[in-house]
Design a protein around this ligand. Structure first.
Ligand SMILES: C[S@@+](CC[C@H](N)C(=O)[O-])C[C@H]1O[C@@H](n2cnc3c(N)ncnc32)[C@H](O)[C@@H]1O
Length: 194
């Protein structure tokens, strides 16, 4: 049976969307903000949600989470790459081959990908999405060696119409940076054509 972890859950929309899946046995909503936790508790008391025993709210940082041993899907979205890296360092030794990690970093993505590239996490899938004029990367990761290592710049995320718009956007915005890492990244992107 699967459980869901929504780390940095804020409004809890992502984690709570799994209430409709019968195979889900527990939804863990985690956030270090006391305001977020109070709002979530009030939301659940006032709400129509009848499956409340399924939901567990934890007031803590992702760096302090202790996972359950059963198979689980862990979401970490809407934080900077450095914060996500620190959270992953805590989770990695606790992961089993039956677990899946889905992350969507909002900043310092190259730095995070550099860390992932040499970590025990492998890439199941990656996609770029566009929402309200912003581009986001979503990476699905597991520890199983049947999957390839995470690449530094990404591969599949540049495919398709959204990938192409994202590539042009990155060339324009990161192309303004003068540091060596940004220049190497932009050179890679300019060579891509799908
Ligand atoms: C922008 S919201 C993202 C909400 C949701 N995950 C989403 O993607 O829509 C970021 C949330 O991460 C929480 N947060 C910040 N640092 C964190 C950490 N180290 N561990 C867990 N949550 C954290 C914040 O309190 C905030 O509620």
């Amino acid at each position: 049976m699967n459980s869901i972890w929504d780390i940095g859950c804020d409004h809890g929309i992502l984690g709570l969307s799994f209430l409709q899946y019968p195979a889900i046995t527990k939804i863990h909503l985690v956030d270090p903000s006391i305001d977020v936790i109070r709002t979530l508790h009030n939301k659940l008391i006032d709400s129509y949600i009848t499956k409340q025993p399924l939901i567990e709210i934890q007031h803590k940082k992702g760096q302090d989470v202790i996972l359950n041993p059963e198979p689980k899907v862990i979401f970490i979205a809407g934080m900077g790459g450095r914060e996500i890296q620190e959270i992953i360092k805590n989770l990695l030794p606790q992961l089993t081959p039956f677990d899946r990690l889905v992350i969507s970093p909002h900043r310092n993505i190259l730095e995070l990908r550099q860390f992932l590239q040499v970590s025990a996490l492998r890439l199941v899938d990656e996609v770029a999405i566009q929402e309200d004029g912003q581009f986001y990367q979503i990476l699905c990761l597991e520890t199983s060696v049947q999957f390839p290592a995470v690449s530094l710049y990404g591969e599949k995320i540049w495919q398709g119409p959204v990938g192409e718009q994202y590539r042009q956007h990155q060339i324009r915005s990161i192309g303004l940076h003068q540091d060596k890492a940004s220049k190497a990244y932009v050179s890679y992107l300019k060579l891509l054509s799908y």
